[in-house]
Design a binder for this molecule. Structure first.
Ligand code: ZN
Length: 314
């Protein structure tokens, strides 16, 4: 169960008429949930969004990063995922304790209940690195489903006019406790048992009837959570979704939870705050503590480091 290393592939199918991306993300979603100490339902929502972001960004050549932002009026607040074309993703939720557990044997959680309605924003940054300075592309749609995968599919159809099938799944499990009176879950017993998903998109050259054919095969395939739980590779997930259609894998890599933050960057940010602010930090706390939203890493900055910054600003 979830023992495979994470894997991300992109592929084409049906004689170049379909673009496909698929991933097993069990480990990286596990790391994200551990870092952010998310409760079960928030874990599922974050895991689906991170996988969705990863798949949207995968293999897009001129893309620097893509940001998927669910601005929700439900208890979870915001769900943010940011990914690059190389399979690196980071993200967080505003309220990691948002939970709506529907206790049943397969660990179903009511993601819709903590998302509610709101807006899904997708921002693509491209071209900066090679000096093109293109404007970022930003699209948005109302959150209509609250199940994340369906919302991303709706966004792709509505905002980017790309008919797409999106399937995202996260399965949580709770390790048993020796204590009979233990609560239903505690964070140290909570595990991401399986995570992954796929996106299949119709290319402009595609035959219109193809999407109906794919919809039918997807309806007969197991849900992506079940496929990951059963040990399916990303290739096998796509093949199950595509039925008889031919599939050609173009690239495979190991995706990861990756945040660009570092002590150096934190010190740069503090330097940019200006003299007064840094003097205040030094006087009040003889140091500073900064936490990265994306990965929840805490940076303790000492009084000596603040003093160095002040000397450098002179
Ligand atoms: Zn970070």
């Amino acid at each position: 169960m979830g023992s495979h290393p994470d894997k991300l592939i992109h592929a084409i199918a049906a004689d170049n008429q379909l673009r496909c991306v698929a991933a097993v993300t069990t480990r990286l979603i596990g790391e994200a949930c551990r870092r952010h100490q998310t409760f079960p339902t928030a874990s599922v929502a974050l895991g689906r969004t991170l996988t969705g972001g990863l798949l949207l960004g995968a293999g897009i050549k001129d893309l620097e990063k893509i940001t998927v932002h669910f601005h929700c009026d439900g208890p979870i607040g915001n769900i943010i995922a940011q990914a690059d074309p190389f399979g690196r993703v980071r993200g967080y939720v505003t309220n990691p304790e948002a939970d709506a557990t529907v206790a049943n044997a397969v660990g179903k959680f009511d993601v819709q209940a903590i998302v509610g309605s709101g807006t899904l924003f997708v921002t693509r940054d491209a071209g900066f690195e090679i000096g093109l300075y293109k404007d970022a592309y930003r699209g948005s749609v109302p959150i209509t489903s609250g199940e994340i995968g369906e919302d991303i599919a709706y966004y792709l159809a509505k905002s980017e006019q790309i008919p797409s099938a999106v399937s995202l799944g996260v399965l949580m499990s709770v390790d048993p406790s020796d204590d009979d009176d233990a609560p239903e879950f505690t964070l140290d017993r909570l595990r991401v048992a399986a995570a992954g998903g796929y996106i299949i998109q119709l290319l402009p050259s595609a035959d219109e009837t193809l999407i109906r054919q794919v919809e039918q095969t997807i309806a007969q395939a197991p849900a992506s959570t079940d496929m990951v739980r059963m040990g399916y590779s990303p290739e096998a997930m796509l093949q199950a979704a595509l039925g008889e259609l031919d599939l050609r894998v173009l690239e495979a890599r190991e995706p990861s939870f990756y945040c660009q933050c570092s002590r150096e960057r934190v010190l740069q940010i503090i330097s940019s705050l200006g003299r007064q602010e840094v003097e205040d930090m030094l006087a009040k706390d003889n140091g500073a503590e900064l936490i990265c939203h994306f990965c929840n890493e805490t940076y303790q900055i000492t009084g000596d480091e603040l003093a160095d910054i002040l000397t450098a600003v002179d």
